[in-house]
Design a protein around this ligand. Structure first.
Ligand code: NA7
Length: 553
């Protein structure tokens, strides 16, 4: 393989690398480290001013890990990291996660190969040279045989298109693009659109300070107690002493955390026993709620109903005003939208300075310079918070919109479905790899660990190409079709596709509507390694610099 040097192109010098990585978040940082360890020259580009990706952007008040949490939401590639990093809480706040990532960047001297404040505007494959070239908004022109897209599953902000929204003259912030300067809510009338994780985490924080908060809710949500607590010295010592066995468990367990799933069906228990379990889990809180639940909550309507009823009863009990409580009651299958962890969200509606607008009966008509107007009337506001989420999973790949063989754009290829093979590669886009893209377990798995495991596979694939003197790899169209069928078959065995969510693309108008995450959990990693062991089954290779000389595998 080549190393970094420069060649001249018609627009000036072209930097040459072995691999270019787009994105310096959790995935891109590990990609850089791993590729460097392989002895490759790597350049990483990121539009942000520092590392962290989603954790760099999402600094809204109340932002926390809302998965199974610390210390297992972390890298596993270096044991030193667990030995030297003190996680303080189970649901770490954004600043703590970012501090950890900064520590990783320092420890492995990552920043020297990352170009920040640099947006990749164009990425295209050249069939003759078997190389990708990128052009950036800072005038960089660079080329490498391989392009790794670590662009993030939750990084392209979803901006609502509401009449007059650009006329609003007050402060306006999207939770996924929160300013770095402190935002004061004091004495302000704030409207919040959106009640997903970001809205539900930030609304109680905003309400503590603001003069008034108007929550504009399109879909009521099931939310569960976060149960955040300090990590005890014993837990920390246990994680450090037994790190290897924790990692082994993380790698074998379904979701990538060292916790076993409850194997029992809800229907094996009496209603009283179910109620007792739900109450116990509710009191304890945390994402472990979902792991310790019955095995069929996401597959059996009856099991699902029992938990949905339990949470609805809790909401009715917590919220004093019955009219508000009724508006807050969700009516879809519980956990078929991303489960949310909350800390005082429902209680917030008992405050005098918080009101709820149910957009399903009272939709937003428009914004003016000073207000939001819903069907029932005008709400004067000083600040608008858009907690409206992301064009998730596929959105950032489409924003990059790489051009593959014959100049075909990814947007063209993905207009009806996010065709891919193994959630890693795309036919017509040789030598391009995705981390946490559609077709992978991505957001249904411990994301730092998932990124490591996908990247290790990619590294092994690059080594294979080098050893075999192969110039390009891409999947066959048939392989993509079979993989797509496998993704859908797994999803269709559950209740997930039956609810509108960002998992199904329903939150973004015009987006292909299907459940694009691979629901096999850790089985996925076995599947992709089996494919590699079987001679990269389903892929086609080209010899170095001999385009068109394809060898099916
Ligand atoms: P989510 O979970 O996608 O939530 C976005 C919220 O914004 C949700 O309540 C949406 O309602 C609402 N929304 C989106 N567009 C509109 C418009 N146009 N009008 C009214 N309401 C709207 O994003 P989050 O940032 O909260 O969380 C994303 C993930 O980050 C989270 O799941 C964790 O994994 C971490 P809807 O439900 O679509 O009706």
């Amino acid at each position: 393989m080549t190393s970094m040097n420069q060649q001249s192109g018609k627009n000036g010098p072209i930097e040459q690398y072995d691999v270019m990585v787009i994105g310096a978040g959790v995935s891109g940082m590990y990609a850089l480290h791993h590729l460097r360890q392989m002895g490759l020259s790597v350049r990483v580009y990121d539009g942000a001013s520092d590392i962290g990706g989603t954790w760099w952007y999402n600094r809204y008040p109340g932002a926390r890990v809302d998965g199974p949490g610390s210390p297992f939401y972390s890298y596993t590639f270096s044991e030193e990291l667990i030995q030297e990093w003190d996680w303080e809480e189970t649901q770490s706040e954004q600043s703590a996660v970012l501090a950890y990532l900064e520590h990783v960047a320092d420890r492995f001297d990552l920043r020297r190969d990352i170009q920040f404040d640099t947006w990749v505007q164009d990425a295209r494959y050249d069939e003759a040279t078997q190389r990708w070239t990128v052009e950036t908004d800072t005038g960089v022109h660079a080329s490498a045989p391989f392009l790794i897209c670590a662009v993030g599953a939750l990084s392209t902000a979803n901006m609502p298109d509401i009449p007059g929204i650009h006329d609003f003259a007050g402060e306006c912030y999207h939770t996924g693009r929160w300013p770095h300067e402190p935002v004061s809510f004091e004495g302000k009338r704030v409207a919040v659109i959106g009640t997903g994780s970001s809205g539900i985490q930030s609304i109680p924080e905003i309400a503590r300070e603001a003069e008034h908060v108007t929550v504009l809710q399109r879909t009521p949500q099931y939310a569960f107690p976060a149960g955040n607590r300090p990590i005890t010295p014993e837990e920390r010592a246990d994680a450090r002493t037994n790190w290897d066995s924790f990692v082994a468990k993380m790698r074998s367990n379904f979701g990538g955390f060292p916790y076993d799933n409850q194997p029992r069906s809800a229907l094996e228990d009496t209603p009283e026993q179910r109620e007792a379990l739900y109450e116990e889990l509710w009191q304890r809180g945390s994402f472990k709620f979902f792991l310790d639940l019955y095995s069929d909550i996401a597959t059996s309507e009856e099991a699902n109903q029992s938990l949905a009823d339990f949470v609805r009863a809790k909401i009715r009990k917590i919220v004093h005003d019955p009219v508000t409580a009724k508006k807050l009651l969700p009516d879809y299958f519980v956990i078929t939208k991303r489960p949310i962890l909350e800390d005082g969200y429902f209680e917030t509606f008992n405050r005098d300075n918080v009101s709820l607008v149910d957009l399903r009966e009272d939709p937003i008509e428009r914004f003016t310079r000073t207000s939001v107007v819903t069907r029932s009337g005008e709400h004067p506001i000083d600040m608008l918070v858009l907690a409206t989420g992301f064009d998730a999973i596929s959105g950032s790949m489409l924003r990059l919109n790489p051009k593959g063989r014959g100049g075909m754009s990814l947007a063209e290829k993905w207009k009806d479905r996010f065709h891919n093979y193994l959630g890693l590669t795309v036919a017509g886009f040789p030598n391009l790899f995705m981390i946490h893209g559609p077709g992978s377990p991505g957001v249904f798995y411990n994301m730092p660990l998932g990124a490591e495991r996908q990247m290790d596979w990619i590294g092994r694939c690059l080594r294979h190409l080098d050893e075999q003197e192969l110039g390009a790899i891409e999947p066959l169209a048939d392989s993509e079709e079979a993989w797509g069928a496998e993704v859908s078959a797994l999803a269709n065995a559950t209740l997930f596709p039956r609810t509108d969510s960002w998992w199904t693309g329903a939150n973004v108008p015009g987006k292909p509507r299907y459940f694009s995450v691979y629901l096999g959990g850790s089985i996925y990693y076995q599947r992709i390694y089996d494919m590699a062991d079987n001679g990269y089954q389903g892929f086609v290779f080209e010899k170095e610099n001999q385009p068109g000389n394809a060898e099916a595998s």
